[in-house]
Ligand binder design. Sequence first.
Ligand code: SF4
Length: 97
Amino acid sequence: MAADPQQLTVDMIACAGHGICAELLPEWIQLDDWGFPIIRPGALPPQLRAQAKWAVSNCPTLALKLRKAAREESRVARAASPAAPRAPAGLPGRSPR
Ligand code: SF4
């Protein structure tokens, strides 16, 4: 049985803008002009889960979290799962909590 879909979130109050997360998971996290993370919305593709856990464990302020994805985001991730992750179109803003 496949693991539940998960999504990355960031606590922007706790985030200090080190940018380590974007270095460790560039497929899913970009930095804005001030060095704060912009995380792709939706569930994380399964092939990026280990890399995401690594990014979470290396966040110096514990701002980056891996959580169970919301239902709609899970559906989108399953549909997109076979494809390689693409760069986000535009700046989607910060991920919802
Ligand atoms: S590693 Fe943590 S503190 Fe640094 S930018 Fe990413 S979320 Fe923010």
